[in-house]
Write a protein that binds this ligand. Structure first.
Ligand SMILES: Cc1cc2nc3c(=O)[nH]c(=O)nc-3n(C[C@H](O)[C@H](O)[C@H](O)COP(=O)(O)OP(=O)(O)OC[C@H]3O[C@@H](n4cnc5c(N)ncnc54)[C@H](O)[C@@H]3O)c2cc1C
Length: 545
């Protein structure tokens, strides 16, 4: 053996090139079609340019850096003064600046008018779906800020004052009073140590003072703690109430917000999630005393929509990585993408992503039309928890299977799927965990059985399926809490099939065969795809097939 022998060649053989400098909109046929069906003018919205920007190598590198250099809590400065500040890597700030310039934190309010009726959910959904693929952690403050105005509308004076700052597009990460900033971000604090789902058990106390309230209490999770204000729940004399709690008091002094620590999380590492204490912090009431849950739910409905869209985006990202790798990697002298069993796996994954994408954009369209169309409002009410349930829960397993398509590389941190896999479960956990979503579907059905029956019947008609045969019976005797997950999943799958039936690709048949009529849960690659396998693969990445 010579001294300069190395078993590694200068260029590694048979490896796929990095999946960078791709257009995350132009190359995504299901997204383009779903967006068009939702009535979005992609050219006017500049979605192609947006897809190129977020698929650029530089942007993807910013995502890696923001996650490998997670935020740090600085409780005190060098002299021991309390500062309660969180420091982020410059890459995180760059991501925030770009996404805020694009309006991900506010664009639905641009045309809201005096009635403050949000518009343009579907166009924003397409952007969110794309941006999540590049980096998911920074989406958290953008989602909360976008949703915050829905709750703030219950306090018209506050909404009027904050609107110009919330809709500002120039990111300003500095810690200074909100009225001095070009744009602001808002977070929310509901979860306390003793309970997140059961917010009525909140023990934080709000005492009326001149010009507002004083809040004392602790929150167990409060993400994006460098936001300029937080919507929080606390017990006022009249019961559980929503408050707007700013970082600075009206006189310009720092508000009494003290961070205890940041959570050490499985994923979502670019984003900070704090434990926090309010020690007599100033806050203003949003909505009536005692109406806290009702008020904050206006916000949560929007964040649930975002969870479904983001998880669909993450799934798309994993699928594209798998198809890209399989189109390069050769095993036994044949590309992986040409091997029959790998084709079965990729097509099955693609079918899941087709359904998730069509459903997420269809739901965004319902939000756009809910103001004028009672049927769309009923659809949004019933399908939002079901879509959040199905899509967010599907993402971790789908990403795992996509990871396996990359073999050992999929498990390695330098490759992109390890991070996506660690990120994926959080969308199912926060903003209402799985059981909570299933129970919310049951609540929507039992509160309005006729409305729910009409929505479900329409879904069945759209894809020629009998909802009752699928177990979607809304008669009170048939609704059992024990079976809420089954009902919820079936409803979401039927809604996905109905969304696919609106498309030209005719994939609703394959979806119904594999996901609704089939033998029940299976691993990817084992489904009957009603002859749609080649079509599904061709649609993943036009250049890879
Ligand atoms: C990374 C991260 C960031 C977060 N950021 C924020 C934030 O910014 N602001 C904020 O307020 N919260 C935040 N949360 C908290 C999150 O919203 C809660 O963790 C979530 O709502 C669940 O509440 P919990 O943890 O108290 O669990 P619990 O409420 O104790 O629920 C535990 C389990 O029980 C299930 N369950 C609940 N009720 C029922 C029932 N009636 N029947 C059957 N099953 C039930 C739930 O589905 C869940 O699976 C964050 C969480 C994470 C992980």
């Amino acid at each position: 053996m010579t001294a300069d022998f190395s078993p590694f060649a200068l260029e590694a053989p048979n490896q796929s090139p990095p999946f960078v400098d791709r257009n995350f909109f132009d190359e995504d046929l299901p997204l383009r079609e779903s967006t068009a069906r939702a009535g979005v003018d992609a050219a006017a919205e500049g979605l192609s340019a947006f897809g190129a920007e977020y698929g650029a190598a530089e942007q993807i590198e910013a995502g890696r850096l923001a996650n490998e250099n997670p935020p740090k809590l600085r409780v005190v400065d060098s002299r021991g003064n309390r500062i309660d500040a969180v420091e982020f890597h410059p890459a995180y700030h760059a991501l925030m600046a770009r996404s805020m310039k694009a309006g991900l934190h506010c664009s639905i309010w641009d045309q809201a008018g005096a009635a403050r009726a949000p518009r343009g959910h579907a166009a924003r959904a397409a952007r969110l779906y794309i941006a999540t693929q590049t980096e998911a952690g920074h989406i958290c403050p953008l989602t909360m800020t976008n949703a915050s105005l829905a709750a703030l509308r219950a306090a018209p004076d506050l909404a009027r004052a904050w609107l110009p700052k919330i809709t500002g597009r120039t990111y300003d990460p500095s810690l200074k009073p909100w009225w001095e900033k070009s744009a602001v971000t808002l977070g929310m604090g509901m979860t306390e140590p003793q309970g997140g789902t059961d917010v009525r058990a909140n023990t934080s106390v709000a005492t009326p003072i001149e010009g507002g309230y004083e809040i004392k209490g602790a929150k167990w999770f409060m993400s994006a703690p460098m936001c300029d204000a937080f919507l929080v729940l606390a017990q006022a004399p009249g019961g559980l109430t929503t408050f707007l709690l700013p970082r600075f008091r009206p006189d310009g002094a720092r508000n009494a917000i003290f961070f205890r620590r940041l959570k050490d999380k499985l994923g979502n590492r670019s984003n900070a999630s704090s434990e926090v204490e309010f020690v007599g912090a100033f806050a203003e009431r949003v909505g009536e005393e005692g109406q806290g849950v009702k008020t904050i739910l206006e916000m949560v409905q929007l964040t649930r929509l975002d969870c479904a869209i983001s998880s669909a985006g993450l799934m798309r990202f994993a699928l594209a990585q798998a198809a890209h790798h399989a189109s390069w990697r050769r095993v036994f002298q044949r590309r992986l993408i040409d091997q029959p069993l790998m084709r079965a796996v990729l097509a099955d994954l693609a079918l899941e992503v087709e359904g998730a994408t069509a459903l997420a954009l269809r739901l965004a369209r319902a939000f756009d039309r809910a103001g004028e169309d009672a049927g769309e409002a009923a659809y949004a009410r019933l399908v939002t928890p079901a879509a959040k349930y199905l899509i967010c829960k599907s993402a971790p397993h789908l990403i795992y299977e996509a990871m396996e398509c990359l073999g050992g590389n999929g498990y390695v941190e330098e490759w992109p799927l390890a991070r996506a896999y660690r990120e994926a479960p959080v969308n199912a956990i926060w903003e209402g965990s799985g059981n909570v979503m299933a129970l919310d579907v049951m609540r929507a059905v039992s509160r309005s059985p006729d409305g729910a029956a009409a929505v479900i019947a329409k879904l069945g008609e759209a894809c020629a399926l009998d909802p009752k045969a699928l177990g979607l019976d809304v008669a009170p005797a048939a609704l059992q809490e024990r079976h809420a997950r089954r009902f919820c999943e079936r409803l979401a799958r039927l809604a996905a099939a109905a969304s696919l039936a609106e498309g030209q690709a005719g994939l609703n048949e394959a979806y119904a065969a594999a996901r609704l009529r089939g033998e029940g849960p299976r691993q990817y690659g084992a489904s009957e795809l009603a002859g749609a396998e080649d079509k599904l693969i061709e649609r993943i990445l036009p250049s890879a097939a």
